[in-house]
Design a protein. Structure first.
Length: 450
């Protein structure tokens, strides 16, 4: 593929920058990334909220290069050459922070130590217990709406299950996970409630650590506090926040995007009530074609360099275009969907800052268990609206549905203690999403899911 001529300046302001916002990230991201690659090559100049410039790495090979060279393309955000233009209330600060004592912005040997601490703490989770927690919470959530004949799978199921399971293995009381969902979503969406969401999540994490100092348990937080690396409570709390945010929302979107595929694509619809091979295939295809993690911030150039035919100046920020790289025509030459065992996607990142393997396993167990329990309990589940009416959240960072209204034959609740407790802690489900519901009801569900 021929690259466009290299510009004379590294500043995106002089190169027809592309706003990293707008409805096309919801409606047609694949076409948008294809046009950006056509117009700008493998590395595109973009602009963030507040007219802040950055580079979006679209190419698969270029993304490998950036994530595989942590010295040249550092995770140290202090290198950014735009900090003097960033106000204290910039909505993306929770995602692109300065001097944050979390693993995201730690480099060198200290990062290696922290990554080992997190991996060890997660590996301490018994896999059978993890699956049991996921099944119990999934059954409890289904109990809340199974007798109604219709619900919104996103608001009433996918957006709750990962947080509940993660809160359980981290050491929170069972009722706390649901309360963290709103804060997590506000923080990740990067809008007006982002800073408040970050503060609530931080307060919850510090309270958890105080509780574990007083009464240690068999949980992730206790194991992190006991790590011999000598990490402070602030470091552990920051890493728990990163783990919660990175583990909850993408997993919720993985569930939602996989179910959307299975409910709208004839290749999967025929086996919804059958074998489980189709669930694994749908989940794998989503990580290639409809990955929850679209773009990631970021890396910072430690010196002047060139990437994808572009001159990158020291201190420039590079955003990782995960979804665009997964679609790179240089590695996807025939453009066919990948539903087999090919896991060369970049959805979990690459290099030393990629998602730790135990965290990937946790997400896979939660997502697959959640989908399987739902299909077992509601075998005739179907969309309540035409597929073309399904919409996405307005975020260039994470791609997920605002709502997934479904119908099914009402079935009795199992009546588990978990379901009773969740009903009391979470509150009522959304309005029944039946096929005969008026359009206004669907629109209300879409608005309320945000």
């Amino acid at each position: 593929m021929t690259q466009p001529p290299a510009p004379s300046s590294g500043c995106p302001f002089s190169q027809g920058r592309v706003p990293l916002s707008g409805p096309r990230f919801q409606t047609e991201p694949t076409r948008l990334y294809r046009e950006m690659r056509r117009d700008h090559g493998a590395v595109a100049p973009v602009v963030l909220d507040g007219d802040v410039p950055a580079w979006l790495v679209l190419g698969y090979r270029e993304l490998h290069q950036v994530t595989g060279d942590p010295v040249l393309f550092s995770r140290d955000s202090d290198l950014w050459n735009q900090w003097d233009r960033i106000p204290d209330d910039w909505p993306l600060l929770p995602m692109i922070g300065r001097k944050q004592p979390s693993i995201l912005y730690t480099v060198g040997p200290r990062h290696t130590q922290r990554a080992a601490m997190i991996s060890d703490a997660l590996e301490g989770v018994d896999p059978f217990s993890l699956k049991r927690y996921a099944e119990e919470f999934a059954d409890g959530l289904v109990d809340r709406f199974c007798s109604t004949g219709g619900t919104d799978i996103i608001a009433d199921y996918a957006m709750l299950l990962p947080a509940l399971v993660l809160a359980k293995i981290y050491g929170f009381a069972d009722t706390i996970g649901a309360a963290l969902v709103g804060s997590l979503n506000d923080m990740i969406d990067g809008r007006e409630r982002a800073l408040a969401g970050q503060q609530h999540l931080a307060t919850s994490m510090f309270q958890l650590l105080a509780d574990k100092h007083a009464a240690p348990g068999d949980d992730v937080a206790t194991r992190m506090l006991a790590d011999p690396g000598g990490f402070t409570d602030e470091e552990v709390a920051q890493d728990l926040m990163v783990m919660m945010a990175a583990g909850h929302q993408p997993t919720a979107d993985w569930i939602g995007n996989s179910l959307r595929l299975m409910l709208t694509d004839d290749r999967f619809a025929a086996s919804l009530s059958g074998g489980r091979h189709s669930v694994a295939e749908a989940m794998n295809e989503v990580l290639w074609e409809d990955t929850p993690t679209q773009n990631v911030a970021g890396r910072w150039a430690s010196r002047d360099t060139r990437l994808g035919g572009r001159h990158i100046q020291a201190g420039d920020m590079l955003l990782l275009g995960i979804a665009a790289a997964n679609y790179d025509p240089q590695v996807r030459t025939d453009g066919s969907a990948l539903t087999g065992g090919n896991n060369a996607f970049l959805s979990f990142g690459h290099g030393e800052h990629r998602c730790p393997f135990p965290a990937q396993e946790t997400a896979e167990v939660v997502a697959r268990t959640g989908i399987e329990v739902l299909l077992d309990r509601l075998p005739d589940i179907d969309l309540a609206v035409p597929a073309e009416q399904l919409t996405r959240r307005p975020s260039p960072w994470l791609r997920g549905l605002t709502t997934l209204p479904v119908t099914f034959t009402p079935t009795p609740a199992i009546g588990s203690p978990t379901g009773t407790a969740l009903a009391a802690a979470i509150g009522p489900v959304t309005a029944s999403a039946t096929g005969s519901a008026p359009a206004s009801a669907t629109e209300a569900a879409i608005g309320g899911a945000r």
